[in-house]
Ligand binder design. Structure first.
Ligand code: CDP
Length: 215
């Protein structure tokens, strides 16, 4: 048993990782950081300044950002997700957000972080790692329902196109591309309800915790 018990939850857009991370937080009584929100906040700030393409300006937004800006419901929109993915390609932005995430992960008692590069870059030695995925069609359907509930009248086809574009950009970028860490357990939630996915995740983490306690 060495270091705090960190759970890394990675995966593509609308795979269910956010809900799974929250469920794990309740089950294991650990604080959860949705790292996507950090990139969303940077993307929105940079876009407002017309500087989404400018790595230095995006990194400056990452440095000046404050915790209360993360509560803004506008960060949950489809547009903010797209801006986040554009801001996230800049290595300068990723470097500026690294310390905040590592500090969160280092807290006594442990922590859960969900994102794209937690198991590979932010917390490569995390004792529990999950890579949550689902087919693009299933993810698009889930995201479309969420957006409808938010009052966004976007079509399912558009959401699927967004998801494919984001998968490609997140997977192909040079800086910390979205990848399953070799030691992450793959959880394909395509055929699962959210309760089934949360249960499966809990069992995977229980096994990882037992191994960690005995190590
Ligand atoms: O909820 P959803 O999966 O759509 O998005 P998110 O987790 O809020 O992430 C939004 C975008 O931020 C992603 O498409 C990534 O480009 C970026 N991101 C990242 O690069 N690294 C992370 N650890 C988290 C998010």
């Amino acid at each position: 048993m060495s270091g705090p018990f960190v759970i890394a939850v990675d995966g593509p857009a609308a795979s269910g990782k956010g809900t799974i991370a929250k469920g794990l937080g309740e089950a294991f009584r650990l604080p959860v950081l949705d790292t996507g929100l950090l990139y969303r906040a940077v993307g929105v700030l940079a876009e407002r300044a017309g500087e989404l393409d400018n790595a230095e300006a995006c990194a400056a937004a990452a440095v000046t950002m404050t915790a209360d800006q993360l509560d803004d419901p506008r960060l949950r929109t489809r547009e903010a997700g797209e801006m986040a993915s554009q801001a996230a390609v800049h290595p300068e932005v990723r470097a500026a957000l690294l310390e905040y995430q590592r500090t969160f992960a280092a807290q006594e008692g442990g922590a859960i972080l969900d994102g794209r590069d937690i198991g590979t870059v932010i917390c490569p030695t995390a004792p529990a790692k999950l890579y949550v995925t689902a087919t693009p069609e299933v993810r698009a359907d889930r995201r479309w329902k969420q957006l409808q509930a938010q009052g966004d009248a976007v079509s399912l086809e558009e959401v699927l196109a967004d998801i494919r574009l984001r998968d490609q950009r997140d997977g192909d970028r040079d800086a910390a591309p979205m990848r399953r860490a070799p030691d992450a357990v793959l959880l394909d939630t395509s055929e699962m309800t959210i309760e089934q996915a949360a249960d499966a995740a809990r069992r995977i983490v229980e096994a990882a915790r037992a191994r960690w306690e005995n190590s």
